[in-house]
Write a protein that binds this ligand. Sequence first.
Ligand SMILES: Cc1cc2nc3c(=O)[nH]c(=O)nc-3n(C[C@H](O)[C@H](O)[C@H](O)COP(=O)(O)OP(=O)(O)OC[C@H]3O[C@@H](n4cnc5c(N)ncnc54)[C@H](O)[C@@H]3O)c2cc1C
Length: 561
Amino acid sequence: MNAASPLPGHGATHAVFNQVPAFADVNLFEADAALRDAVTFNAPGLHTGALAALGERAGSAALQRHARLANLHGPVLHTHDRVGHRVDEVEFHPSYHVLLGAALRERLHGAPWAPGGPGHVERAAGFLLFTQLEPSVLCPVSMTYAVTPALRANPALQQAFGGLLASADYDPSFKLASAKSAITMGMGMTEKQGGSDVRANTTRAVHDGSDVWGERYRVLGHKWFMSAPMSDAFLVVAQTAAGPTCFFLPRWLPDGTLNAMRIQRLKHKLGNHANASSEVEFVDAFAWRVGEEGRGLPQILAMGALTRLDCALGTAGLMRGALALALHHAAHRMAFGKRLAEQALMRNVLADLALESEAATALALRVARAVDRSEDAGAPVAEREHEALLRRVLTPAAKYWVCKRGSHFAQEAMECLGGNGYVEGEGEGVMARIYREMPLNSIWEGAGNIMALDLLRALRSGPVAAALQRETQAARGAHPLLDRALARLLVRVEDGVDETAARRFARDLALAVQASLLAQTAPASVFAAFCDSRLDGAPDAFGQLPAGIDVDAVLGRAGLQ
Ligand SMILES: Cc1cc2nc3c(=O)[nH]c(=O)nc-3n(C[C@H](O)[C@H](O)[C@H](O)COP(=O)(O)OP(=O)(O)OC[C@H]3O[C@@H](n4cnc5c(N)ncnc54)[C@H](O)[C@@H]3O)c2cc1C
C-alpha cells in the first residue's frame, strides 16, 4: 500500500460489496418443493432418487460452466471440405457434446417408449430440471422423444432404430446411423411459404422402389427451419399424389454415402444459441415412408402434441430457474438498509412469480401423466380413454398459457436482479439467457393462435365437459372463485367457443385446471393465493397480489432463505 494513500490498495478506488454470490451447486430437485409434490401426485410411488441425482448434476457449477461455453461458442456450419467436396457438417463446441451426452444419459429422449424406460412423468420432471441448466440441447432431445413412437408406422425402421433412439449412450460421430451406439432425430416441416400451414408444403416425394426399410422415395425441396441438423435422421413432410406424407430421411445412406441434404446456412437467432437451426435443401435425397401416403398431418399432430408438452415443460423449468435466481438475489442484495427479500413490495413480486411457477409445473406434469396413463396398455380402457381426451385438451391449453406467461415472467424475474439481470457478460448472466430463450417455446411447435385454435378443435374430440368435470371434482368446494370459474368454463365448453374468443378460453381453461391441481398438490396458502390473484379478473403485471394473501407461506414454499 502507498503509505500516503487512504485507499485500501495500490490503485484501488473502492471495495466491492453487496454483490450476490453465484447460484451454483444447488440440488434443483431438492430445492423445488412444488416439483417434488407434483411428481408425487402424478406418479405416486415413484422412487425419486434418480431425479434427486439429476437435480444435483443439473445444478452443479461444473455443468453450468459447459452451458455458458456452449452458448458463448455457438455451432459453425462447414458446407465443404478443404478441397471442395460437400460435407454439410456442423461443428459444435465440446461443451455442447458434454451437455447433450448428459441429457441422453438422463434418458430424456426416446427412453420412455422403450421397455424398462422411465415413465413420462419422471422423464418430464427430468426435462424440467435439465432445462434450468441448458434448454438449447433439449431441442434434439425433445424431437427424438416425439419421433420415436411415430416410427411405429414403419415397423422395419422401428425395428432398426427404435433401440438406438432410446439408448442412454451418446455417439456424436458423423456416420451411418446403424453403425452407431445411439442416435438422435430431428423434424423438418416448416417451409418458407408456411410453417403452421403444413399443407402448403411444396417439397415433393416421388416413389423410387422398396427395400428392407420399406417404400423408398426421392425428395426434392427445402425446409426453412430444421433444428439440430447434425441429427442422424429426420422425420420430414413432403407431398405425394395423396397429400402430405411423413418420411424418414437419414443423413447417411445404407451404401455409406452422404444423403443429398444440403445445409444452406444456420440461423442467427435471438436466443437458443447452443442449438443449431438450419435452412436445408433436399436434392433428390432418399427417404423412406413412415405411415400411409396422405396421412402426414395426423402423424405430425401426434408428434406435435409431444413436443408441445415439452414446450410447456421447458417454460415451467425456465420459470423455476428464473424464480430461483430472483429469490437468491433478493436473499443477498441489500437496498435501503434491508435485504430485498425483506421489502414488502419485492416480496409481493416474488410471491406472485412463485405462484405462477408452481402452477406451470403442476399443469405441465399433469399433461405428462395423461401421456403416461393413456399409453399404459395395462390400464382399464375407460381410464385410458379419459386420459387420452384430457391429453388432447390440456396439451394445447398448457402450451398456450404457460408459454404465453413465460416472457412476462422472465422480464419480471430479470427486473428483480436490477441492472445485473440485463447483463450477459461472457455468458455468465444466466437470467439474460433465460429471457432470450423464453419467447421461443411460445412460437415453435405451434404459436399462440395455433394453440388456441387447436384447443377449440379438441373440444369436438369427445365428451370434454364430462372429462373436465371429473378432472376437477376433487377441488370442488375448495374455493368459491374456483367453483364459479369452473361453472362458467363448463357452460362455454357445452355452448362452443367463438374463434375470436379462443385465447381467452384457453387462458381460462388453463387457470381453472391449474387451480384445481394446486388444490390437490400445494399447501392451502398457495392454492388460496392462486385463486385470489388469478380467478377474479385476468392477471396482468406481477406483484399485485391482493391483501390477505399469506406471502410468507408462499415464499417459504418457493425456498426463499
Ligand atoms: C429457433 C427455431 C427453430 C425451429 N426449428 C424447427 C424444426 O426443427 N423443424 C421444423 O419443422 N420447424 C422448426 N421451426 C419452425 C416453427 O415450428 C415455426 O416457425 C412455427 O410453427 C410458426 O410457423 P411460421 O414461422 O411459418 O409462422 P406462420 O405459420 O406464418 O404464423 C405466423 C403467425 O400467424 C399466426 N397464425 C397462423 N395461422 C393462423 C390462423 N389461421 N389464425 C390466426 N393466426 C394464425 C401464428 O400463430 C403466428 O403467430 C423452428 C422455429 C424456430 C424459431
